[in-house]
Design a protein around this ligand. Sequence first.
Ligand code: M6R
Length: 610
Amino acid sequence: MCGIVGAISERDVQGILLEGLRRLEYRGYDSAGMAVVDGGQAVQRAREVGKVAALVDAIEGNPLKGHLGIAHTRWATHGEPSRINAHPHMSGDRLAIVHNGIIENYQELRQELKTDGFAFTSQTDTEVVAHLIEKNYRELGDLYSAVKATIARLRGAYALAVVHADEPDHLVVCREGSPLVVGVGIGENFIASDQLALLPVTDRFMFLEEGDIADIRKDRIDIHDREGTPVERSTHRFEHGADSADKGEYRHFMLKEIHEQPRVIKATMEGRVTASRVLEQALGTDAENLLDHVRHVQIIACGTSYHAGLVARYWIEEVAGLPCSVEVASEFRYRKHVIQPDTLFLCISQSGETADTLAALRQAKQAGFRAALAICNVPGSSLVRESDLVIMTQAGPEIGVASTKAFTTQLTSLLIFTLALARHNGLSEEKESEIVQALHLVPGQVNDVLSLDGEIEELARGFMDKNHTLFLGRGSLYPVALEGALKLKEISYIHAEAYPAGELKHGPLALVDSEMPVVTVAPNNDLVEKLKSNLEEVRARGGELFVFADREAGVASEDSLHAMQLPPVHEITAPIVYTVPLQLLSYHVAVLKGTDVDQPRNLAKSVTVE
Ligand code: M6R
């Protein structure tokens, strides 16, 4: 959603804030702004519609000078993207705030503040918070107390950073339901929605907990919890290289992240598997005891992470022989459920901050699940902190809004988890060894697929002038087809749908004609012959087929069938490998269409509001 960044330093903070915004732009990019408290102790503010580059251009000849500042990149929730709705919001000309989240009771507060004489210039929920802090400031006389009194009246989710020109030696920040991290410097300190924003200035971070409020000064960080008790939050060093937020030689983050997959899949396996076995202790000291008791798995996630969960269901039921249910978090959280005894609640999330997934987890903890396991990519995220057991994917920061390496490392983690669970449910050593050996081959197989990039780019030309695409898969490759369709629609804006190939004749076949490309993934498994029949059904209706097939599956190019030959893969690991050509296909279609690949319209990387 939105991204916030703030700094207090001996040096001018404009450069730090702009670089932070650039790195946070994946979170929201319909407008950006910053406010800096200058030496004369006034607040200067700049806001622009569009990307951070527009803000940079706007302040180029007229820099905002000062040692204390806050900045924001927006993903609109209340009020259209416009300069007046862009953050920072101010009350009067001395107080400025930035906000990520949603204030649910903003209408009633707005009425109250209007009655008190405050004038509103925007349609946002955030401006209400600015005025309420100012009102409390007038009564209480200091910023910290004013912020504290204000948040006691807010309902909803927020991460806030507040500055006041009368108190130029600190900023006050707080969080409830939206992420906020404090970057620890030497004689300077920072805050941001995400560590990535601050990597050029520090690699030491404190993660604020829900309900925390912090007073950030150049040389001191004081944190109080929800009850007002002073608390220490431990400092962690950032684990990935500081340049992980750069595109390097690649044209887009998405392409870079697709190409990183062999390395990050390997990194996700490291320390968790030997040549032939899963090391279940690597899943946590309690893992062995827990897995012994699990009789059912309930998976919850959103978007791409949900697709990873759908693949895992095939694995858990086939390899571990246990029942597994998968549901999108936004549905799960709003219905009544029957919980089977000894059910493990498994959340999958790249960011660990997805509002629906977190809400589902919090409900589950009250509802009597055996334990909560998280598969997540962001250390220190809310999901990681609130789960009993965690498997960290080792994808490194994923900047492209369209998830790629996070998905394949989620699958890798889920397969390792499945094998550990299966061991407690009668999986033979021989079978475990066969699957682990197959997993070791995956990074090399993904590399082989990446070498087909040029050919896939050629295929992508066939989609440029199309408005719709159908994706087909069978078995555990059906979720891969779903993920392929999601990628295509997210970044190329072509309408895409996925079906289990066997469903084709039950309806979607009516759509097939020469204007409807049909993309299929066809590893050489038990279902390949059935899949070939489905392909014939398409060809018989004049449909154009794009088939990513095992080179031993006997699918060759002819007439309206474009076959791309992939290396042979084990049927269990096929979903990981077959995801990659679909990522490349979407990427090239988007580039050919000239869309904004890394920051597609209307989307945000981390969906921290409902
Ligand atoms: O951070 P999460 O994995 O919880 O995010 C879930 C979805 O919002 C995310 O996967 C979304 O669907 C991506 N844009 C997919 O590319």
